[in-house]
Ligand binder design. Structure first.
Ligand code: 5RP
Length: 233
């Protein structure tokens, strides 16, 4: 197994171990969170955990939760979320994130921001000094507004690209039926202000900057050939 997969598995397992019985759990999206969902399911099946319900952040999370027999609910049926576990595409030294590599950042932000404890699971390759240095910033846009929104995003200083499907002709369509624009900025100096500026453009649903939302970052690392999980809190 390659090193990145090992790191993802270990960090997913560490996050799943934080889930307690009788709790509502936000289930994130992506290949790292998929391991957390798997291990939560295994803890449930082993009788180590009981009475938990999951709130999925995407169709992917819903499918995985069903596969691992994790009962699901919706935000209409709960008063709070105890813990959310989710991946990220970049994490800066202030625990701010870029998310949306799986085009699920709108639902992810709703669920992750509501959780009493938001635990981010990443491999060490996701740590950056400054957001936007390795990953484009995703923005979910309603389809009828795509042309003016892309123009206004470029006026903010970004190069804007409509995300295209892989093994599917045409653009990526989100779980909510919208489009995704990926932004390349030279620098993201003030993520909090940029998050607000982008979301103020009419037609933008949500962008992938998660500022001040994460409580704990679990980082999968390989040290001296051994997998380790480091906690940043
Ligand atoms: C999906 C996300 C994912 O959490 C993010 O892309 C990380 O994914 P992975 O764990 O596969 O690297 O934000 O919208």
């Amino acid at each position: 197994m390659d090193a990145v997969t090992v790191m993802k598995q270990e960090v997913g397992k560490a996050a799943a171990a934080l889930v307690q019985s009788n709790s509502v759990v936000g289930l994130g999206t992506g290949s790292t969170t998929a391991y957390a969902i798997q291990y939560i399911g295994e803890r449930l099946a082993a009788g180590e955990l009981e009475n938990i319900v999951g709130i999925p952040t995407s169709f992917q999370a819903e499918v995985l939760a069903k596969q691992y027999q994790i009962p699901l609910t919706s935000l209409d049926a709960v008063e709070r979320i105890d813990i959310a576990i989710d991946g990220a595409d970049e994490v800066d030294p202030h625990k701010n994130l870029i998310k949306g590599g799986g085009a699920a950042h709108t639902r992810e932000k709703v669920v992750d921001a509501l959780a009493d404890q938001f635990v981010v699971v990443v491999d060490s390759g996701k740590l950056v000094d400054r957001l936007g240095s390795t990953f484009l910033l995703p923005v979910e846009v309603i389809p009828m507004a795509i042309t003016p929104v892309m123009r206004q995003l470029e006026q903010l200083g970004a190069k804007a690209e409509l995300r295209m499907g892989i093994k599917k002709a045409g653009p990526v369509v989100t779980d909510e039926g919208n489009l995704v624009v990926d932004l390349k900025f030279e620098h993201i100096d003030d993520p909090a202000s940029l998050e607000q500026k982008i979301n103020n453009i009419p037609g933008v649903l949500e962008n992938g900057l998660f500022v001040g939302v994460a409580d704990v970052i679990l980082v999968g690392e390989i040290i001296d050939g051994q997998p380790r999980v480091r906690e940043i809190s």
